[in-house]
Design a protein around this ligand. Structure first.
Ligand code: HXC
Length: 510
C-alpha cells in the first residue's frame, strides 16, 4: 500500500510541475504566476479540488506521442470564494504554451458542464497560444465545443475571463462570449491574429501591446472590462467582484452583513450640484455616498468615462449602478457610452440585480462622427436594454434630463418603478439657450426679448416640477436623504413581478 501511495504522490508531484522547473522560472521571470499559483490566490485557502490532473493529449502527429505532460496545459476544478462555490480553469503556459488540444478542451467542457449543472459561476484564467497546432481540426473542434457551452450558459451563470498572458486565436473568442473580461497590464494581450500576421496581411507594424494590450482593450476597444497592475491584484479584485455577483440567474443576489445605516443622511450632497448648471461635478461622489461602506466595483472604468457602470450594495444586497458622469463630455450619451451601459443593464436584468440610475445628461452627442458611427442603433441598445428590464429600477435625476436621453435613462415610461428628482433637476426637451433660439428665432436680434424668454423657459421647464405635476417623477427629494429613499424603495421592490409576453428571443438592435 505504501508503494502505491508513494507512486500516487510522485505522479501528482510530476503533474504539479507542469512544463518543468525551467519553464516555471521563465514564467516568473516575465512577472507572471503559474496556473496553480493563480488558482491558490483566487480561491479560499485549501478549497481547490482539482479534476483531471493526469489527462494527456492523444496526438501522434509530429512526434507528439513522445511528448506528453500530465494535465495537458490546463488546470481545472472547483473551489470557493468567501465560502461560495465557483468553478475554475487556468491555462498552464508552461505546457505547450497553454495551447488547446482535444483533451485540453474536454477538461474545460467538463468544468463548464458542471458549473452549469451546479448553477455556479465559472472563471477562466487565460495565458495561452491558441489552438494546438499539431492537433489541427481536433483543436478547432475543441474550441467550438467550449464556445457552444459559453452561449448556453450565458444569462444562467456568471462567466468571467481573466487574461493573464498571451491570448490568441481561439482563446479570444471564448472570453468574448463571457460576461466580463479582465486583463493584467503589460503582461497580457488579446488578438485574433498576432503582429506577424498583421504585418504580412496589412503591412502594418505593431507591437503586441499596441495591437491588443490592456491599454487598448480596457480603454479603446472595450473588449476588456478592466485592467490591473499584476496577477495578484487582478485575482484579488476578481474575488471582490464574485462577492457582488449572484451564483446564477435564479439564486438571487448575495446578501452580506452591512454595518452601514440605510437611514444615513449625507448633508454634503445638498451642495454637490454646482449653482452654475454648466459646471461639472463628480457623480462618483454621489455613488460612493449612497452605496454601503462606499464599496463600489466599477466595470469598464476607463472606457466611455462619460457613463459610470458598476456594482455596489444597499443594505447588504447587490445593486447595479448606471450613472451619467458630468465630469467627462458633460455626461453626454454617445455611441460608446450607450453600448457600455446597455451591456451592463442587460447583465443586471439577466441576473436579477436591481438597477439604480443616477441621471445628469444633456442629451445624445450631435455630429457626423456619431451619426456615421451608428449612434441611432447604439443609443437604441440602451433604450432597448432598459425597456426590457423586469428587475427593480430606481432612478434619481440630479440635474439635466434632456431630450431622448430623458426617456432612455430609466424613465417611468419605459418601466422604472421609482423615479426621484433632486430640486436641481431640469427635465426638458433641451437646455434654455437651444430651446429659445428655435422657438423664438424671429427675436434673435433682440437681446432683451431673448433674455426674458430664456428666463421664462428656465422658470417653467428647467425644474423637476413640470414632470412631477404629471406624476413622471414620484417625489422631489432632498439630496442628503438619497440613500435612505433608495434603500426604502429597493426594500419595497423586492417582490417585484412583471409578466412579459412569450417570445423565442428579442431582436436587440445589434
Ligand atoms: C502548440 C504552442 C503553441 C500552439 C505556443 N506553443 N503556441 N504549441 N500550439 N498554438 C508552444 C511553443 O512551441 C513553446 O514550446 C511554448 O509553447 C512557448 O511558446 P513561445 O513561442 O516560446 O513563447 P512566447 O515567445 O512567449 O510566445 C507566445 C506566443 C507564441 C505569442 C503565444 O507562441 C505564438 O505566437 N503562438 C502561436 C499563436 C497562434 O497563432 N496560435 C494559433 C491560433 S489559430 P516549448 O516546447 O519551446 O516550450 C487558432 C484557431 C482557433 O487558435 C480559431 C477558433 C475560432
Amino acid at each position: 500500500m505504501k508503494d502505491i501511495l508513494e507512486k500516487l504522490e510522485a505522479r501528482r508531484e510530476e503533474a504539479r510541475l507542469g512544463g518543468g522547473e525551467k519553464r516555471i522560472a521563465a514564467q516568473h521571470a516575465k512577472g507572471k504566476l503559474t496556473a496553480r499559483e493563480r488558482i491558490e490566490l483566487l480561491l479560499d485557502e485549501n478549497s481547490f479540488e482539482e479534476f483531471d490532473m493526469f489527462v494527456q493529449h492523444r496526438s501522434t502527429e509530429f512526434g507528439m506521442e513522445k511528448s506528453k505532460i500530465p494535465g495537458d496545459g490546463v488546470v481545472t476544478g472547483w473551489g470557493k470564494v468567501n465560502g461560495r462555490v465557483v468553478f475554475v480553469f487556468a491555462k498552464d503556459f508552461t505546457v505547450f504554451g497553454g495551447s488547446l488540444s482535444e483533451a485540453h478542451a474536454e477538461k474545460i467542457t467538463k468544468i463548464q458542464d458542471m458549473a452549469l449543472k451546479m448553477r455556479a459561476p465559472i472563471i477562466g484564467l487565460y495565458d495561452a497560444g491558441g489552438a494546438r497546432i499539431q492537433e489541427g481540426v481536433a483543436a478547432l473542434a475543441g474550441y467550438a465545443e467550449v464556445f457552444k457551452r459559453n452561449v448556453i450558459a450565458s444569462g444562467v451563470i456568471p462567466q468571467i475571463s481573466v487574461i493573464m498572458g498571451p491570448c490568441a486565436g481561439g482563446d479570444v473568442y471564448s472570453p468574448a462570449m463571457t460576461d466580463f473580461i479582465f486583463m493584467v497590464r503589460d503582461t497580457s494581450y488579446m488578438f485574433v491574429t498576432g503582429p506577424d500576421v498583421v504585418k504580412t496581411v496589412t503591412n502594418e507594424t505593431v507591437t503586441a501591446e499596441e495591437l491588443g494590450g490592456a491599454s487598448i482593450h480596457a480603454v479603446k476597444s472595450s473588449v476588456a472590462d478592466g485592467a490591473y497592475d499584476n496577477d495578484v491584484e487582478c485575482l484579488l479584485q476578481i474575488r471582490r467582484l464574485i462577492d457582488f455577483l449572484p451564483s446564477s440567474n435564479e439564486s438571487g443576489v448575495p446578501e452580506w452583513p452591512s454595518y452601514d445605516d440605510p437611514d444615513r443622511v449625507e448633508p454634503s450632497l445638498d451642495t454637490l450640484v454646482p449653482e452654475n448648471a454648466n459646471k461639472p461635478y463628480d457623480m462618483k461622489e454621489l455613488i460612493l455616498k449612497v452605496v454601503d461602506e462606499a464599496d463600489f466595483f466599477e466595470i469598464s472604468e476607463k472606457f466611455a468615462q462619460n457613463i459610470v457602470t458598476g456594482f455596489g450594495r444597499v443594505e447588504g444586497r447587490t445593486v447595479g449602478v448606471v450613472a451619467n458622469q458630468p465630469m467627462v463630455l458633460a455626461g453626454v450619451l454617445d455611441s460608446d457610452a450607450s453600448r457600455k451601459a446597455a451591456r451592463f443593464v442587460r447583465f443586471c436584468n439577466a441576473f436579477e440585480i436591481p438597477i439604480l440610475t443616477f441621471e445628469d445628461v444633456p442629451g445624445f452627442l450631435p455630429g457626423t462622427a456619431q451619426e456615421y458611427g451608428g449612434l441611432i442603433k447604439h443609443g437604441a441598445k440602451l433604450l432597448f436594454a432598459y425597456s426590457q428590464c423586469t428587475v427593480p429600477l430606481v432612478t434619481v435625476i440630479t440635474r439635466k434630463a434632456y431630450g431622448g436621453a430623458y426617456d432612455v435613462m430609466a424613465s417611468k415610461h419605459i418601466g422604472a418603478d421609482i423615479n426621484y428628482a433632486w430640486p436641481t433637476a431640469q427635465i426638458a426637451v433641451m437646455g434654455a439657450k437651444g430651446a429659445v433660439e428655435i422657438i423664438f428665432r424671429k427675436d434673435i436680434g433682440d437681446k432683451d426679448k431673448i433674455e426674458a424668454r430664456t428666463r421664462e423657459y428656465e422658470d417653467r421647464f428647467l425644474s423637476p416640477f413640470a414632470a412631477a405635476e404629471r406624476g413622471y417623477i414620484d417625489e422631489v427629494i432632498r439630496p442628503r436623504s438619497t440613500r435612505r429613499r433608495i434603500a426604502r424603495a429597493l426594500d419595497m421592490l423586492r417582490a417585484k413581478q412583471v409578466e412579459m409576453p412569450w417570445k423565442k428571443h428579442d431582436n436587440l438592435p445589434l
